[in-house]
Design a protein around this ligand. Sequence first.
Ligand SMILES: Cc1cc2nc3c(=O)[nH]c(=O)nc-3n(C[C@H](O)[C@H](O)[C@H](O)COP(=O)(O)O)c2cc1C
Length: 356
Amino acid sequence: MYVLLHAPFIFANDLSNPIFASMSTPTSAPNFWKEIPRPAFILAPMEDVTDTAFRELVLKISNPKMLHVLFTEFTSVEGMAHPVGRKKVTERLIVSQEERELLQKSGVKLVAQIWGKTPEHFKSAAEYICSEYDFDGIDINMGCPVKNVVKNGCCSALIGTPELAKEIVLATKEGSSIPVSVKTRTGLKEHVTEKWMETLISVNPAALTLHARTQKMQSEKPAEWGEIAKAVAVRNHLAPHIPFYGNGDVFSVQKGLDYTQTYGVDGVMIGRGIFQDPWFFNEQVHTPDESERMKTLLDHVRIFERNWNDQKNFNILKRFFKIYVRDFNGASTLRAQLMETRNPGDVYRLLSAYTS
Ligand SMILES: Cc1cc2nc3c(=O)[nH]c(=O)nc-3n(C[C@H](O)[C@H](O)[C@H](O)COP(=O)(O)O)c2cc1C
């Protein structure tokens, strides 16, 4: 059992307070979240999207001035606690040599995201991640609204069990030598933004990212950034030292810059914006021609093949075909043909005209 602090209020930035000092992360690594530029631009963790292959591609076509943090897909601490399950779930934590080199060259940070419901498993997962990998941080998923996950008391369900949520953050920090952050939503059925932020701030995470929707809103209704403004006010009052990021419906760099100004966040996290524009993280809006689009698609497939070979379902790539194959004559026919492909070889044959 982890010692929980029942201090409802922490006074702003009072790091000399012995209560606060005892809650600080037992890290040896500095909190990189405090060192990255403001406003920070962050690519959101996305299941079946942000694996090492896609991250490598994004690093290649982004400007490191406009991309500061990447996340893995969410990885189950319950799976990691089982020797058999661990091998499968930790596929999500693979970082290729090629990605590692790009991270080092660009200075972009990489965070491992974990989820589950058992504090002991969070602690052992954090210990394992810190001893076996080279991530810059660990993030706890308290936002995923998927039914099965939530029914099991994980992810966004933790908003409804705040004592357990706090215990999980403390347990993860206890096992971690790198910064531990939290990504979450504004509530379950209703926004409970301010109370929930107070709860999380009371265990002093290294950073917070708030997706401006409740669990019930899934990703359908528009994000409510007014809730983010409320959360920022709580952060400013109780713990201005905690970097705070907003997430939800940021579909351009300009919107990210505007929202940073308007809502007082330290940066923005972008999820589906990358599906509309893989070149999102650049200073100017980039409008690639057909040839560049197809070459990038081919590069993506080659990186996927190099990393995963037959290990991962090829169909995962089809989501990306729609992203690249658009805005030129014949795009819809080609897209339909790509949807029929069954392996990288089929794609290379279909796009052979672009490989010269
Ligand atoms: C395909 C997909 C997979 C996602 N997987 C995760 C995940 O593994 N962990 C997580 O915290 N959020 C996940 N999310 C939520 C996003 O990180 C983000 O919070 C959400 O899409 C809202 O941001 P947006 O409006 O910019 O898309 C996922 C979203 C999508 C669309």
